[in-house]
Design a protein around this ligand. Sequence first.
Ligand code: BG6
Length: 515
Amino acid sequence: MTKYFKIEIVSVNLTLNKTAFMAKKIKHKEQFQNFNLVVFGGTGDLALRKIYPALYQRYIDGQLNCKYNIIAITRKTDQEDHFRSQVRLFLEKSLEGTKGFDTGINEFMSNIQLVIAREPSVQGYKKLKEFLENFKGYQNIYYFSTPSSAFGPISKALKDSKLADKNSKVVLEKPLGHSLESSITINNEITKTFDESQIYRIDHYLGKETVQNLMVLRFANNLFERAWNAENIDSIQITVAESLGVEKRAGYYDQSGALLDMVQNHLLQLLCLVAMEPPFALNANEVRNEKLKILRSLRPFTKESIRSESIKGQYTRGNIEGRKVNSYLEDIEKYESKTETFVALKTFVDNWRWKNVPFYLRTGKRMKKRYSEIVINFKQVKHNIFPSKEEMNNNKLIIRLQPEERIELIQMTKIPGPGGYRYKPTALKLDYIDTFEERFPEAYERLIIDVIRGNQTLFMSQDELVAAWTWIETITNSWKSTNSKNVLYAAGTWGPGDEILSSGESWITKKWKNK
Ligand code: BG6
């Protein structure tokens, strides 16, 4: 069995773990301006699962030290009781594993109001306006958690109702359109009411602790930054595998597919953080500009490259952890669909630092296991002085984002004892859970707090969005013009190319390597 070395400097006495932490109210020094958070789509899944629990956790933590109202906007009537019980359910769920303190659910919930707005118009927003007028001096944050086709009409109605001023902010959930053109149209509609400095485009991957740690790993450690280039790196893999299927989002997903649902935003943002130049300072302008340069340097796909450098697939029936699961077509209740639930791409960042280093991006639904990871594959040593015939493995830096957050540095190590210089790969391993006592906040906690405090660093700019769409369209157009088809894969496998993956090489197929 491989022996792991622990990095001494960060080892701590582990008495708590993440699933049984003691919540404590911390005295946060930063004082926020009072706010109203108005959630359009306020009774929807995202609001219930993510937005309210995120705020609730910040409340428990003592960070919501100002006055605030959370206003859930709904178009339906007569659902107040149901809504409140749903909110409570999800708040309680977010407490799982927490013990030993007064949860304050009732106090927190007393700040949540349900307001009916049947349509985006002055008339429709009358009740909302009456409510907000009671809270002069509060900043108004509008959270659009609806399909993006509604973003324009809502923005206009807010403007016509005089509910948006220069202190207001707007938070936009993905997907922002379904193409470059539609995303620009939506943006043009929103910017009639809000300017770029007021717009917060959420990509929840940027709020994940391990994703934020990518910046620290790269820019607070001289060791890695020195080797972070085409001279030393052979290839980079970014994988987001999910065991979930499309759940209750068949309508949305069938219009998007894996490319638009995951690559266009989450995987590209990860790629940016791995590939970007060090920003001169950690602020929104500098960080976003560096990411933008990467997005603009992505090599466009062509009819030729799409054939050899992309795979798309769709899941059929299968087994996940002993449970039978349906095919994609059964999940969406259709006889046919061209939508891909798996995509793998080989791409390049055409700039000085990354010349000819392949970046492999892969994501799929109904994979064998849920895991997300970034693997930096270093080049072989230049000259092998050892007599052993065994192949020397590359050094690898493996950054596991989820479910277990971990960093591993794979290195060749001498096997102790006689027999000459025999070596094998071992790992220097840092498990977050063993290293830190702190609870890991959900991505939305960090992001919503950043909206309240007015920090756009972890949000996408419009320029980034345009650059991402421009590149994505080289894929969709090339797939279309070459009439690319989905390769079917059984749910519970690693997707197309499974037979090669079983060699233990995580998702980087020999087929791909030999290209
Ligand atoms: C969302 C996608 O943005 O991210 C979902 O729309 C996907 O399809 C989800 O399941 C994955 O997020 P996480 O945080 O579970 O990796």
